[in-house]
Design a protein. Structure first.
Length: 97
């Protein structure tokens, strides 16, 4: 069960990465080049994804990316749930030994 939860969390992470890339592409297409570059550089320290997420939601209606943002939000929430549940499952397995 723990392996399944881990695989689901990885799938959510991949979906999240794809959504991040799609939002950054939208930044470049809408003239937000500096912001797009900043998100790509700052993703290395973790804050770039947060900036892209916030800017994506702020501009979701005008850029027509509401579905992408809903998918990204769902991937983040489900990824957290799967990671927490997987960690709890792993701890329960360790306590049984």
């Amino acid at each position: 069960m723990g392996i399944l939860l881990t695989i689901l969390a990885i799938v959510c992470g991949i979906i999240s990465l794809v959504c991040f890339i799609m939002v950054v592409i939208q930044m470049f297409q809408h003239g937000q080049t500096g912001l797009g570059v900043a998100c790509l550089v700052l993703i290395l320290c973790g804050i770039g994804g947060l900036i892209a997420f916030i800017v994506g939601w702020i501009n979701s209606a005008s850029w027509g990316i509401k579905n992408i943002m809903l998918l990204w939000t769902a991937a983040i929430v489900l990824g957290l749930i799967f990671n927490i549940a997987g960690g709890g499952f792993q701890m329960a397995q360790l306590n049984m030994r």
